[in-house]
Design a protein around this ligand. Structure first.
Ligand code: JEW
Length: 241
């Protein structure tokens, strides 16, 4: 899979793309990431990418010219174009999984007060939001999306752990994890986990995942695939609250 990122701050991607899982996936050739400076498509001599908003108001807006030309020069046939925006479609695990099936994603990072609204229409691009807060630009949002999508690519998770097991994959929050020591400052790891009795461990973890989800994100239970017995158990815990 290939990502092409368009930004006026290409340096913002250097360290994040070198470290950890992403760095290894790039080194292994599973993932290609091109980072491009939007100013390379802006007119000389000032290489200006922004302009004042029509109608007035504070700040500046990304002009359509450099962004559209940059995308058109990096996009391959079938490549999907995503604009990072606070007003976009929410990035969810399901959307990340869908994006992971594409050959190319072009990520456009805005700055200032946002982008000229004609950009997404000319490019047939989709605006994506990584959450309900306002960032100062699209770079960190693009890195979050890159990370969430890349770890779903076959061969990127070197780890034995199956992706299907984790949070949101089964619609529930994660069960709690523990490692050594078994007693830390008087806080003990649950006996069932230390016992290593696998069937009991599996059942305990499932119950913990259900209880945590009920406690922290009850809305998730509406659409999570639960057995009839689990639904009944959750109902009982709910009434005990
Ligand atoms: C985000 C790109 C580019 C994404 C998420 N949008 C916007 C905006 C900004 C300032 C004032 C008004 C609107 C900042 N901004 C961005 C913010 C992505 C840009 C400029 C972004 N939060 N914030 N999920």
């Amino acid at each position: 899979m290939r990502f092409d990122v368009l930004t006026i701050f290409p340096e913002a991607f250097e360290s994040p793309l070198r470290i950890s899982l992403l760095g290894k996936a790039i080194e292994a050739g599973i993932l290609q990431v091109g980072v491009h400076d939007l100013r390379d498509w802006a007119p000389e001599p000032h290489r200006k990418v922004d302009d004042a908003p029509f109608g007035g108001g504070p700040g500046m807006v990304m002009a359509p010219g450099p962004v559209v030309e940059a995308v058109e020069s990096v996009q391959k046939p079938g490549g999907r174009v995503l604009l990072m925006s606070a007003a976009g479609r929410p990035l969810t695990q399901a959307l990340a999984a869908d994006l992971a099936s594409h050959d190319q994603l072009v990520l456009v990072c805005g700055r200032y007060e946002g982008m000229d609204d004609r950009i997404h229409r000319v490019l047939d691009a989709e605006e994506i939001s990584i959450g309900e807060y306002v960032l100062s630009g699209g770079e960190m949002a693009a890195l979050v999306l890159l990370d969430a999508v890349s770890r779903l690519l076959p061969g990127v998770m070197g780890n034995a752990r199956s992706l299907g097991e984790e949070s949101f994959a089964d619609g529930l929050l994660e069960y709690p994890q523990f490692t050594r020591p078994a007693d830390y400052r008087g806080l003990k790891v649950p006996d069932i986990l230390v016992s290593g009795h696998h069937a009991n461990v599996v059942a305990w973890r499932r119950e913990q995942a259900l209880r945590r989800t009920l406690e922290r994100r009850p809305g998730l239970l509406d659409s999570a695939p639960l057995t009839d017995a689990e639904r009944q158990a959750v109902e009982t815990w709910r009434q005990q609250e």
